[in-house]
Design a protein around this ligand. Structure first.
Ligand code: SF4
Length: 93
């Protein structure tokens, strides 16, 4: 990813345009089986989260999942449960 790419996505983020899906083509998950991000147990969640941990569009992914109310799978390095907890914390803040 170039500095221009990063600036472009930062600009999108600042504009709150999480509904755009351009960032998806830069995600680490493009290189692995999609099923990894829909794990059935904690070990699977950890495996997905590890891939997300170095993803250059992690923040975009997480905010997209939250804004689109995606309930299943690991997005932005967070499981369904972790996203529900984050949404709850944000509502309470
Ligand atoms: S944060 Fe994870 S699920 Fe989201 S784009 Fe990156 S690798 Fe894919």
């Amino acid at each position: 990813m170039t500095t221009t790419d990063i600036q472009h996505y930062e600009n999108q983020r600042n504009l709150g345009s999480y509904r755009s899906t351009e960032w998806m083509s830069l995600g680490n998950c493009r290189l692995v089986e999609p099923d990894i991000f829909f794990p059935s147990d904690g070990a699977g969640v950890d495996k997905a989260r590890k891939i997300c941990s170095t993803c250059p569009v992690r923040d975009h992914c997480l905010e997209y999942a939250l804004s689109e109310q995606i309930e299943h799978g690991v997005w932005g390095g967070m499981s369904e449960r972790a996203r529900r907890r984050l949404k709850s914390q944000r509502r309470a803040a």
